[in-house]
Design a protein around this ligand. Structure first.
Ligand code: 5GP
Ligand code: MG
Length: 193
């Protein structure tokens, strides 16, 4: 097998990306900084890292490798739904934590903070379980579209209001495996509409 030849081959997604928004190099720097910030705030504590599936899996994998205090990891699948008015939303937990977080120091890692509904509801739900502390880490932040009253304690990068994919983020479950964060071409959406 000639690896040089393989490297020259295009990936399936190459033609679908309009613009690279966060490069691989920048993601490496960002996840290192986030890990350092989380470590500094939790010196001498034991942490529970909550990865919100599926979008946060790659960011979490990179951030935890830069966390110095002891930490355990757990996973959640959550989606927000709204009956009647948008403000009366609740969170549907499709997969819950296996860890009892009572009295523990918890950091939620989310891929992107957009309207903020999902994270604000998730935070409310986890606070009911009485953790010693609860912090939020968002790899990407799109503050322009924020509706819920929520801010991340640790922010990787603030981006403009564009739909992005890659580094865990999907469109129709695809593109999560792209090593950078990019903006999807509009022609990709119109093809499937
Ligand atoms: P919100 O903050 O609006 O409740 O929801 C955030 C969730 O919406 C994220 O976890 C992510 O799943 C999805 N989302 C928001 N913006 C984007 C985006 O630009 N690209 C992708 N792939 N998902 C997004
Ligand atoms: Mg998500």
């Amino acid at each position: 097998m000639n690896f040089r030849k393989i490297n020259k081959k295009k990936s399936a997604y190459d033609n679908d990306i309009a613009e690279v928004l966060v490069t691989e190099k920048e993601l490496k720097e960002i996840t290192k900084r986030l890990g350092e910030e989380i470590s500094c705030d939790h010196e001498g504590q034991e942490l529970v890292i909550v990865c919100v599936l599926r979008g946060s899996i790659i960011a979490t994998a990179d951030i935890v490798r830069n966390i110095r205090p002891h930490c355990t990891m757990d996973f959640m699948v959550a989606s927000s739904y709204f009956g009647g008015t948008e403000t009366s939303g609740s969170v549907l937990i499709k997969k819950d934590l296996e860890t009892d977080i009572k009295g523990k120091h918890v950091v939620i890692i989310e891929d992107i903070l957009d309207s903020g509904f999902t994270l604000s509801l998730l935070r409310k739900e986890l606070l009911k379980r009485e953790p010693a502390s609860l912090k939020i880490c968002a790899l990407l932040d799109k503050p322009e579209k924020r509706v819920a009253d929520i801010q991340a304690d640790y922010v990787g990068k603030v981006i403009e209001n564009k739909f992005v994919v890659g580094y865990g983020l999907d469109y129709d479950e695809k593109y999560r495996n792209i090593p950078y964060v990019g903006v999807l071409k509009e022609s990709v959406y119109s093809k499937s509409e």
